[in-house]
Design a binder for this molecule. Sequence first.
Ligand SMILES: *Cc1c(COP(=O)(O)O)cnc(C)c1O
Length: 421
Amino acid sequence: MQFENSLAFARRADSEDALSGFRAEFYVPEINGKPSIYLTGNSLGLLPRAAEKAIQTELEDWKNLGVEGHFHGQNPWFHYHKFLTENAANIVGAKPIEVVVMNQLSSNLHFLFVSFYRPNQQRYKIIMEAGAFPSDMYLVESQVKFHGLDPKEAIIEVAPRPGEHALRHEDIIQTIETHKNELALVFFSGVQYYTGQVFNIKSIAAKAHEVGALAGFDLAHAVGNIDLQLHEWQVDFAAWCSYKYLNSGPGSVGGAFVHEKYANDTDLPRFAGWWGHNENERFKMLKGFIPEPGAAGWQVSNAPVLSMSVHKASLEIFAKAGMQRIIKKGQQLNAYLEYIVLAACQNNKFLDLNIITPAAPERGCQLSILTGENGKALFDHLTNHGVIADWRNPNVIRMAPVGLYNTFEDLYKLGQILSDF
Ligand SMILES: *Cc1c(COP(=O)(O)O)cnc(C)c1O
């Protein structure tokens, strides 16, 4: 696509876009009576219109059936998670047996660490990215301490080289090689939340396995954004949230992946609960935990149906739109966003912006822009002109045009607002 910095171009690109009809399936927040330019789908995705009906259906069943909704509701709550499994599995490139929708992201990672971070005398180190999302830092540190280890010795961080913002893939691989004899686990994000860098999950997992370690991933900013083939890439475990690119509402239910190779491994330690127990015996109330095969065996508590109903409606939109088309559109919007930002910098010498997200293929739809001295003032200018972007300390503006509801016109208008700063 040959980009142009014009409204006519943007409108033409939107009209020729196969996904353009999907924007109408979402509520776009308004500012001063006009649709905002919403660029924070990486933080909280927009409300799908279908979610209202979906949640209403469950409220009606609760209203009319009470506890009977567990078995006689329109979507019986007893195995509600199963209504979501296939669509969720398709988004992450997994088999249905490898995926379960449950809990929330950080909680799921803790449960998965119980099974897949099992340090011993020889192997106890975890390699992760420096500057990871705080929840990941806290959870890894607390897991290490839980095993009686010293985080300073057990946690190895891979950092960008001096003067650089993104990690070099070769440095990740080299770090794994350096610590290969003591390494228990490589734990990375799929997309770095601050820089928007896409990590090479396949290659990282392969290297971890080569040295006898496991590989797990936090897919918060990857799911619904980039191509994931967790099964084929032999990822051991992964987890994600549903409220960012998956548009399922604040704090909504998360998802987890456990590779098929562990589906029937009942020897793995795990923290159990009744919802992970063999479904046919769940209500027999007997002693002796027998896990459901696959990821479902990691469930602990019964399904949060109200938040799952929203997630279910949202996943159905992904199934209709098709993940590959969403990825492609996100990449196109991202490329246009970069073009527009660079064009605005040419027009307006007050803009002091530096894109720190590495070039494709190391990026999805997010663009992270390092700002100069007047960064906060620029951010306020954007907000005052109807742009909802996201400020990350110390000085980065993140923008993520998403394939399902953002438009080329959004980005053209953003460029005008930047030029007016
Ligand atoms: C958003 C995000 C989280 C949030 O965790 P919750 O348990 O859903 O609150 C965790 N990790 C990363 C990398 C994130 O981007």
